[in-house]
Every structure is written in C-alpha cells, then in structure tokens.
Design a protein around this ligand. Structure first.
Ligand code: EPS
Length: 380
C-alpha cells in the first residue's frame, strides 16, 4: 500500500499538462466522464477571459486502469493544451506586479519572466482538478460529498444563509448560476460588478465556501503537527494561486467571542458514526486536528487576478525606468473556477487522510477497515 501522493507537470502554453496520482486502491470503477465534467466546470464562470475560449480541457488516461477499474498502480493523466505556443511567445521586458514574475526572476537570476510565469500560471490547476475528480470517487464510495459555492465577489456578499436556503436544490442552483453561487439574487449584481471592472481594465476577487458532508470522525491526527487536518486542508487550499486566506467554521470571528459562544456542546445523537454529535458546528467540522463527524465548513479568500488591462506600475529590466505592466488578455475574475479547484485539492487531502485510516491495496480491503471502524464507533 502506498501513501496517496500526486504531482503535476506542464507549462501554461506547453504541449500538455501531466498528472500522476499514486496510492489509489485497486478495484475502483473510475467514472472518467466526471473528470471532464469537473474540467468543464473549472473553465466556466462569468468573467473568464479569452484563453478559455481556446481550451476545451479533456483528460486522457495513460496508465493505472484496466477494464474501467483502477489497478492500484500510479494513475497517469494527460490534458493537451490547445494554446501550445510556448516557443513563439516573447520575453516580457518587465515583471508583472502580483505575479510570481519578479521573485521568480530573482530566484533564477534571470531577466526572463516567461521562464517563471509559464509554470507559475494557474493553468496548472486544470490537472489538479482532474486528479481531485479521480480521488473524490474513493470518498464518494463511502458517502462523503464535497460542494463549493461562491459567497462573495468584489466585496458584495450572497445571503449568509444561502447554503441552508438552497437545501436539496443546491446542485441545480449552482449549475444555473454564472458564478457557482446558491443565491439567485446575486447574479445581476455580480454581472454588473464584473462588467464595470472589465470596463475599467480592473479585476475582482472573492470568497468561496467549501462544505464536506458525510466524513467520519477521527480522520487526521493530534499526535504530530504534520497529521493535523486543519493545517493540511489549509495548506492544500493556500497552495492554489491567488488564495490569501482560509477560515474554518466561525474562523476569525471565533477570536472575538467568549469561549461559551465558540465551542460546540457534545450531545447524544445515534447515527451511522456512533452515539455522539455536536449541538452546533461552530468549529466547522475539525477539533484537535481531526474530523468531528460534523460537516467540514471552510471559507477561502481569493485576491483579484494580478493581470490588469489598465496595467500596474513596474520597472523595465533594461532601462530601469518606471513603466506600466503589459497586458495581452486575462480573466476579470476566476473565483468560480477557484472554487472547483478548491474542491479538488481538498478531495485529494481528505482522500489521503481517509486512506491513512482505512487504507488497503484494494477497495474491498478499504471497505472492511471502514466497516470495522463503524462497528467500533457504535460500541463506544
Ligand atoms: C493565467 C493567465 C491566463 C489564464 C490562465 C492563468 O492565461 P493566458 O496567459 O494564456 O491568457 O487564462 O488560466 C488558464 C489557462 C486556465 O486554464 O485556467 C495566469 O497567469 O495564471
């Protein structure tokens, strides 16, 4: 049995993105259409730019499967780039503020932002989305569902109870939204905000919320820093380009309240995960670095895209003069896309934690370990 690990390769305008996911148990009937569906979802959202009209992301499986099932060997995926122009693209003469350009050039000791930006580009998140869409199928086999929706755009918020109000209609509402949001009232307002920012040559950030239902208690660990799931899920989300903040449950608000208004009472609740539950879920589903069995609730802040049509002040490498950064095309906002990537990276991290606890070489072995744990929880 291998610990679940993954990696990607590929430049934004290179031939393709490549991904390897190692440690999936054998015997999972992977629905590959789901991978393409998640890729399509990541390409959508009002405010996306010209590049998304060029790409039509599609995954090819190169290894790790036979007759529709995983073999337990590394799963290798490929997404071809239609905009394969890396050798034709010029070298920018200045670094774009907000991007990896300058720090990357300093790191490499080269005046060549393209040597940095091709890999630093958020194009890479297409492959993470595909890998996450494969990994989450393990979780789904055990009733665990992930769902992200956009709750704020450019400082304008959806109704705070959008999740509760949407109820069973949430998948339908999100699919109908131009922003992967659950509150239909935001559509007109946010479209106007994106149009205004576009007109001004500017960009918008926002916040998405991720919910994970059906997690058993006790995933992750308290024994060592590296096991704590709060840090692991937080790090996964903060590794997405442009993500600036992550909060669980009450988040920063918890720091302003008294303990009696923060902690969740433990109550008797007979269910599939034993005899205990929490009266409230202000912790957002994690205590002591482990899942509590309540919903995981994470909110994630994304800064506005760093490429602005109006330009930002920078310095020309050759002349040393102050100039405006260059612009060819860009998104005005990609918060809806980031929410899809958020689901994917958290799916990867939670699948890793799930397999650490119940892992086996085959899905059947995982099922046995999971069933034994449920029996143990029922006795506690
Ligand atoms: C990106 C710049 C844009 C985005 C890109 C991320 O690409 P281009 O420079 O080709 O216009 O479209 O995102 C994607 C290609 C994608 O698939 O999400 C950047 O600088 O990070």
């Amino acid at each position: 049995m291998t610990r679940l690990v993954w990696t990607t390769a590929g430049e934004s305008h290179g031939a393709a993105l490549v991904g390897i996911l190692e440690g999936l148990p054998a015997g999972i009937e992977l629905d590959l259409a789901r991978l393409d569906a998640e890729l399509a979802r990541r390409q959508q959202g009002y405010g996306r730019g010209g590049r998304m009209k060029i790409e039509q992301d599609h995954v090819r499986v190169l290894s790790g499967m036979r007759a529709g099932k995983t073999l337990g060997s590394p799963l290798a995926l490929l997404i071809e780039n239609r905009d394969h122009t890396i050798e034709k693209l010029g070298v920018p003469t200045s670094a774009r503020p907000g991007h990896a350009d300058l720090a990357g050039c300093q790191k490499l000791g080269e005046r060549d932002p393209r040597a940095v930006l091709e890999r630093a580009s958020a194009r890479e998140t297409a492959m993470r989305t595909a890998l996450g869409a494969a990994a989450r199928q393990v979780l789904e086999a055990f009733g665990v569902e992930l769902f992200a929706h956009v709750v704020e755009l450019g400082g304008s918020a959806a109704r705070p109870d959008a999740w509760e109000t949407a109820g069973e209609r949430r998948a339908q509402l999100r699919a109908a939204s131009a922003f992967a949001a659950l509150d239909p009232q935001v559509e007109e307002r946010w479209i106007a905000a994106v149009d205004a920012a576009k007109e001004a040559g500017d960009t918008l950030g926002g916040i998405f919320e991720l919910r994970v239902c059906g997690l058993p208690p006790g995933l992750g660990g308290y024994q060592n820093a590296g096991e704590r799931l709060t840090g692991r899920v937080g790090a996964a989300l903060l590794s997405i380009p442009a993500i600036k903040g992550v909060e669980f449950g009450l988040g920063f608000e918890a720091a302003r309240r008294r303990g009696s208004e923060v902690h969740d009472a433990i109550v008797r609740r007979d269910g599939p995960h034993g005899r205990f539950g929490r009266a409230t879920n202000r912790a957002g589903g994690l205590e002591g670095g482990m899942t509590t069995g309540e919903e995981l609730v994470v909110r994630v802040a994304m800064k506005p895209i760093s490429t602005l049509r109006r330009g930002l002040e920078t310095v020309d490498f050759e002349t040393g003069e102050s100039v405006l950064s260059t612009w060819q095309r860009s998104d005005v906002t990609s918060v809806p896309a980031a929410s899809v990537v958020g689901e994917a990276v958290v799916a990867l991290e939670l699948t890793r934690a799930f397999l650490e606890r119940f892992g086996g070489d085959s899905l059947e072995q995982v099922r046995s370990a999971h069933a034994a744990y449920l029996a143990e929880l029922a006795r506690l």
